[in-house]
Design a protein. Structure first.
Length: 151
């Protein structure tokens, strides 16, 4: 074996020991409680389904709702019309209800509600009115340490 081969072999052995230690220490850590705010302003059933799917993937990806301290979907602008119960897509309604059952809060922008003449009674059960507005709510949550996601 040449000197170069020995150096390469030694380097590979050293790197593999660091990688193993990093993996082992990660597995020993307790799951972290996450705080997440998801933002939806684009209209359309497909976009809303996509965002709700991402929220479910987030919950699943961190090991379940037990590892989520708080998660909120903030909806404003044209997207809010997608959630009016008189015309909501049945699959979307089901997805939202399932997520709410896992602790996901649904926040509706008060400014959008006023602009479009939407009342809280017209939105899915459990929706809460954001009198300060959707973007202000997002800002407040980010200031409280929430991770901001806008798929």
């Amino acid at each position: 074996m040449t000197r170069r081969s020995f150096v390469l072999l030694g380097t590979l052995m050293l790197l593999s020991s660091f990688t193993g230690a990093a993996i082992a220490s990660h597995l020993k850590e307790q799951p972290r409680k996450h705080k997440v705010v998801d933002h939806l302003s684009e209209a359309g059933v497909d976009k809303a389904r996509f965002v709700l799917g991402n929220i479910q993937n987030t919950i699943t990806g961190v090991g379940g709702a037990a590892n989520i301290e708080a998660i909120e979907l903030v909806v404003h602008g044209p997207a809010l019309k997608t959630f009016v119960t008189a015309s909501i897509d049945p699959q979307l309604k089901e997805m939202l209800a399932e997520l709410q059952g896992q602790g996901v809060a649904f926040g509706a922008c008060g400014n959008t509600m006023k602009a479009f003449g939407i009342t809280l009674e017209q939105l899915p059960k459990g929706a809460h009115h954001l009198p300060q507005g959707g973007v202000v709510r997002i800002m407040e949550l980010v200031e409280q340490g929430y991770v901001y996601l806008r798929p």
